[in-house]
Design a binder for this molecule. Structure first.
Ligand code: GAP
Length: 441
């Protein structure tokens, strides 16, 4: 039986072996808690993001997309409360000067867990998690800018722009996918908590008084979306934030949690942010951010905001962890990534049974047909068929197509299903259609 650490080690190693995720700057010894997505990883993460965009933007009339810049006016972060409040309390070892979160269970008492000194720790001091840099050629206080710690603020400052140009009426939402940065004190667990990550956020603007109902609607919709990625229901649950856990902007918040190999953890948050953000931006910018009801011009208000905020990397980890399985098939152990076919990076692998008798030519033609149809496929003619199957099982490829002697006679090839292992003969000219139908979306 594998324990949680073993499972994570195996998943990290599979991700490296199959080109899903690499440590950033690995040839230099790696960068702390930053990861790079390899050829299969970028496809998987793009498929997760595309699935989100499709559900949140393309399939709806009441949500508009946005791609705001990472660097914003520094006053944004004063208005949002991040300059003052986006902090973790840190203590410093008086001997080695290493810093720890004040609530780290390893530093109860006076002994430093790193150098062993019993000199004790400094009083807790607040450490801001935003990355700071300078804009322009002068590095002084006037040129400080921050790498955004959440994408949400780019949406709030564009609320009026989107409202007027899209001619939406409340209730409506704005969705965005983009990078965010946090100088986390205790990052870790692979791509779960990193210092550079991507968020998929949607801010839904509603009339005050209707916010609680919309909050429940979005909770339901978001859980249904996570389930639509094929994630097992018994691995998902809700966690409501207690009053002392609530972020400075939230009236109510629920997290969707997933049971990772390292325990239950947050994947996505649904927050009732009230009118906090728009009110603050109105105050700090001096620009009116009210909504005027087009049917009743005397009805003006600052909208309440229901936010849905998911991490793209964290959701990708959920997808990978949920898909990973080890099993014994026909007396042999295999490792499989049982990814939802719509998310799988490669949809079909094409194998000539042998490298002669014209089979590679037929297999190449099939591979060309997949490319022409825009369906990601992979051609492999090296090693035994068993080995080729196992490589694709680990990569999460839902279908393997083998061209054999019968193909040259009757034009059919064998399609093997990754999960059921069932094999079916399908006419070569129907293969792209066959795979497309089963992959869906
Ligand atoms: N705008 C609200 C907001 O940012 P959050 O709970 O701080 O709320 C939302 O973050 C989501 O972003 C989390 O549920 C998680 O999926 C992702 N996330 C946050 N910090 C992260 C980190 N350091 N690494 C990876 N993902 C992170």
């Amino acid at each position: 039986m594998s324990n949680g650490n073993d499972l994570m080690d195996k998943l990290v190693s599979l991700c490296k072996r199959r080109g899903y995720v690499f440590q950033s700057s690995e040839i230099y010894g790696g960068t702390g808690s930053v990861w790079d997505y390899g050829p299969l990883g970028v496809e998987l993460k793009n498929n997760v993001k595309r699935a989100w965009w499709r559900t949140m933007v393309h399939e709806r009339d009441d949500i508009e997309g946005l791609d705001a810049a990472i660097l914003m006016h520094p006053r944004v972060w004063e208005a949002s409360g991040h300059v003052e409040g986006f902090t973790d309390p840190l203590v410093e070892c008086r001997n080695c000067h290493r810093r720890f979160r004040a609530d780290n269970p390893d530093i109860q008492g006076d002994q430093c867990p790193v150098c062993g000194s019993k000199d004790g720790f400094t009083e807790p001091r607040n450490f801001n998690l935003m990355f700071r840099t300078f804009m322009g050629p002068v590095e002084d206080d006037a040129s400080v800018v921050y790498l955004r710690p959440e994408t949400a603020q780019g949406i709030y400052v564009n609320f009026q722009n989107v409202l007027t140009t899209s001619r939406q009426r409340i209730p409506f939402g704005i969705a965005q996918i983009g990078k965010a940065f946090r100088n986390e004190i205790t990052p870790g667990n692979f791509i779960f908590r990193t210092r550079e990550f991507e968020q998929m956020e949607m801010q839904f603007f509603v009339e005050p008084g209707t916010d609680e109902e919309w909050f429940e609607t979005w909770r339901e919709r978001r859980l249904a979306w996570v389930r639509s990625l094929g994630i097992r229901a018994d691995k998902l649950r809700w966690h409501e934030h207690a009053p002392d856990e609530l972020a400075h902007y939230a009236k109510r918040a629920f997290d969707i949690e997933y049971e990772f190999p390292f325990g239950w953890q947050e994947v996505e948050g649904v927050h009732n942010r009230t009118d906090f953000d728009l009110t603050r931006h109105q105050q700090y910018s001096g620009k009116r951010l009210e909504y005027i009801d087009p049917n009743d011009r005397d009805k003006r208000y600052i909208p309440y905001i229901i936010e849905t905020s998911a991490g793209a990397d964290r959701m990708t980890l959920v997808v990978l962890a949920d898909a990973y399985r080890e099993e014994v098939v026909e007396g042999e152990q295999r490792v499989v990534l049982g990814l939802h076919p719509a998310l799988a990076p490669i949809k079909a692998a094409i194998f000539p049974l042998v490298k002669k008798d014209g089979l590679p030519e037929i297999a190449t033609k099939i591979h060309d047909a997949f490319r022409a149809a825009g369906i990601p496929s992979f051609y492999d003619d090296s090693g035994s068929i068993g080995k080729r199957y196992r490589r694709q099982d680990e990569a999460g490829t839902p279908f393997c197509i083998t061209v054999d002697g019968q193909t040259s006679e009757d034009g059919t090839a064998t399609v093997r299903d990754r999960d059921t292992l069932a094999q079916e003969r399908v006419s070569s000219d129907r293969l792209t259609e066959y795979v497309r139908e089963r992959v869906g979306r």
